[in-house]
Ligand binder design. Structure first.
Ligand SMILES: [Zn+2]
Length: 227
């Protein structure tokens, strides 16, 4: 991103550029603003995003990860995000990691599902297994980028199909996405998987593109008082 040479231990992104990604600190607060995005639509346990989708650095790295055939950036960021968030016991009780699937046509065109690589990185850091057989994307819906909030919700209706409900019955599932904007895709994915009995969900994404909020990592509980 900065065109400087990587130092000895750096991979894919230098320490300075990594610092430029503005952290949400959402894992430090119960009932954080990202969880509230989902509350009205679907019962979830927890949700976090690691950094805000704001500024040149965050756009650049996500673009590289998604469109420039560099899936290992996703794996790397997934693992350091999980290492960072692990201290808050976020992953306790989670049984299985499921990346939000791409339609096979889009996956073939792009060469990979970036969320699968983020999931692999999280799995590496936590030891929780990833499973991609549980749910399929059966509709290759157009990109959400230029749609309004309500258009996004219509655009995702019925796009997923639960294939293996028995694999998540009674389990706590961690759904993985690259960027959460309105949450419409993630909500639809969770709703489809809820057809399995007694399943619980938490959500994690690298980036959050919703309205900005501020959590002070040195005093995270103050957020609740201000909200
Ligand atoms: Zn750099």
């Amino acid at each position: 991103m900065c065109n400087h040479r990587l130092a000895g231990n750096d991979k894919y992104i230098c320490v300075d550029c990594l610092m430029q990604l503005q952290r949400t600190h959402s894992h430090l607060v119960d009932e954080n603003p990202i969880e509230k995005v989902f509350w009205y639509h679907t019962p979830i346990e927890k949700a976090v995003s690691w950094f805000f989708y704001e500024g040149e650095q965050s756009r650049h790295i996500l673009y590289e990860m998604k469109y420039h055939n560099r899936p290992n950036i996703g794996k790397y960021l997934g693992s350091i995000m999980a290492e960072d968030i692990k201290s808050s016991n976020y992953f306790d009780g989670i049984d299985i990691i499921v990346p939000v699937p791409l339609h096979w046509k889009r996956r073939i065109k792009r060469g990979y599902n970036q969320s699968y690589y983020i999931a692999k990185g999280i799995s590496e850091a936590t030891g929780i297994p990833v499973n991609t057989k549980i749910i399929k994307r059966i509709v290759n819906n157009p990109t959400q980028t230029h749609l309004s909030h309500s258009e996004r919700q219509n655009n995702v209706n019925g796009i997923f199909k639960l294939k293996k409900p028995e694999l998540i019955e009674g389990k706590h599932v961690l759904l993985v996405d690259d960027v959460i904007t309105t949450g419409a895709t993630t909500i639809e994915c969770a709703k489809s998987m809820m057809k399995a009995p007694d399943v619980r969900f938490s959500i994690i994404s690298l980036a959050y593109a919703g309205p900005h909020f501020y959590i002070n990592p040195d005093n995270p509980s103050a957020y609740n008082q201000l909200a």
